[in-house]
Design a binder for this molecule. Structure first.
Ligand SMILES: NC(=O)C1=CN([C@@H]2O[C@H](COP(=O)(O)OP(=O)(O)OC[C@H]3O[C@@H](n4cnc5c(N)ncnc54)[C@H](OP(=O)(O)O)[C@@H]3O)[C@@H](O)[C@H]2O)C=CC1
Ligand SMILES: CC(=O)N[C@@H](CCC(=O)OP(=O)(O)O)C(=O)O
Length: 321
């Protein structure tokens, strides 16, 4: 019988690491390895662990992720596969971008890669909406794009969670208004845009759930498409996808961010008014699901060639008392 692959989550006590652990704990196709809590930041202990396992998931701040990648590289042929949840390697051409729905060939590229970079939460939704329009020639690569977004506070990791839970953070806040948010390079690169988008994120007083919204003036797109044409194009692109779906926009023009929490699903809607020639594309997903830990587990399944459940395990129903 083939050996069960072993995995070490470097940063397993953090927001993303904990949710990956929860998703993998009951998976019989993978064996999780840990370092004693007091040694978890010790480079020697991490290097030893890297030598033993088949794959390491980095759930660390960028600098620590770069340090771990260097430790792995120092092992040469004994280096494990790496899956990095941080921003450190997302536009590095020697790493494969871990967005399996990016192109039909991306799952095979992820499966074959030594090093995979897990996408940022906000770029995940934006890229999945924009790239098919650029690839189809509907949107010019230099089209001026704005991405408006809102995230639950878990998106900011342990320090933001602590600030919200101790009631010292505002109920709602826009940020990134310096126009240099760390997600812009990957958003632009993998959407195939030559003009840098404007990105306006916000964070609010709820734990999890994300919306990315992209307004469009349809007369500025090739062939002046109707909202229904864009919806049809995106629906065709993601037909058969396990996690990404295009669903009809609700009448009333409202959407809340938390409905997909705990899952690895991402829904795209096209809100629009044909007579006005305007539309807003909206992606809804869990920032800790398809935006982080769910996507990481989906990638791990591809990299190790094993079945995974990328959703959080649902609590077993309680037996009748
Ligand atoms: N939260 C989210 O929605 C998303 C986060 N990410 C990315 O994932 C990575 C982790 O983020 P997140 O889980 O939110 O962050 P957290 O702050 O919640 O967790 C980071 C973890 O890394 C540990 N750590 C810090 N430095 C070191 C080190 N030198 N060696 C070993 N462990 C270390 C921390 O330990 P300690 O307990 O001592 O603080 C903590 O447990 C980041 O790069 C983040 O940008 C990606 C997508 C989404
Ligand atoms: C609410 C909040 O602060 N969110 C984080 C992004 C979370 C995330 O996806 O970070 P990664 O780049 O590591 O993937 C931010 O805007 O910096």
């Amino acid at each position: 019988m083939a050996k069960t692959p072993t995995v070490f989550i470097d940063g397993e006590a953090g927001t993303t690491g904990l949710q990956i652990r929860e998703r993998l704990a009951a998976n019989p196709h993978v064996a999780l390895r840990s370092i004693a809590a007091e040694r978890r930041k010790d480079a020697g202990a991490r290097r030893e662990m890297m030598e033993e396992v088949d794959l390491v998931i980095l759930c660390l701040p960028d600098d620590a992720a770069k340090e771990s990648a260097a430790l792995a590289a120092s092992l040469g042929a004994k280096a494990p596969k790496l899956l990095d949840a941080s921003t450190a390697h997302r536009v590095d051409p020697s790493w494969v971008y871990g967005l399996a729905e990016l192109t039909p060939d991306q799952p095979a590229a992820i499966a074959a890669a030594q090093n995979v970079s897990n996408p940022g939460c906000y770029p995940t939704g934006a890229i999945l909406m924009l790239r098919p329009l650029v690839e189809a020639g509907l949107m010019a690569a230099d089209h001026p794009i704005t991405v408006n977004a809102v995230s639950g506070y878990t998106g900011g990791g342990k320090s933001m969670v602590a600030a919200y839970e101790s009631r010292t953070a505002p109920d709602f806040e826009m940020y990134g208004l310096g126009l240099r948010h760390k997600h812009l390079p990957e958003m632009q690169k993998y959407s195939l845009l030559t003009r840098r988008p404007i990105f306006v994120p916000a964070v609010a007083d709820y734990a999890q759930g994300m919306l990315d919204a992209i307004p469009l003036h349809l007369d500025m797109l090739a062939g002046k498409p109707k909202p229904a044409d864009i919806e049809a194009l995106l629906r065709d692109r993601y037909a058969g996808s396990e996690y990404v779906s295009v669903v009809p926009a609700e009448a009333g023009g409202k959407i809340e961010p938390q409905a997909l929490n705990g899952t690895n699903a991402l829904e795209i809607r096209v809100y629009g008014d044909e007579a006005l020639g305007q539309a807003v594309l909206v992606a809804r997903f869990d920032n800790l699901g398809k935006g982080a830990s769910g996507a990481a587990v989906q990638n791990l399944g591809l990299m190790l060639g094993i079945p995974v459940n990328a959703d959080l395990p649902v609590a077993a129903p309680r037996a009748a008392e």
